[in-house]
Design a protein around this ligand. Structure first.
Ligand code: FES
Length: 67
């Protein structure tokens, strides 16, 4: 079963055996190797939709009322 974790001040982590990620045009986005994927939610990553750690440098702070 997939597990989705919203990290405080960081990415959304998805851990699963199988996952398909699609762009809004329906094309499949290749996933990094491994069983976990980190999706950017700060908007600063140079590897969107994946987190590249830029949330730390930009000081991203999540809204605790949303998750
Ligand atoms: S959440 Fe990590 S780079 Fe955006």
């Amino acid at each position: 079963m997939p597990e989705i974790t919203i990290n405080a001040n960081g990415p959304i982590l998805i851990s699963t055996e199988e996952l398909t990620l699609k762009a809004n045009d329906g094309s499949e986005i290749p996933l990094p190797k491994g069983r976990a994927v980190a999706l950017c939610r700060c908007g600063q990553s140079d590897m969107k939709p994946f987190c590249d750690g830029s949330h730390k440098a930009c000081g991203f702070e999540h809204d605790p009322s949303t998750a």
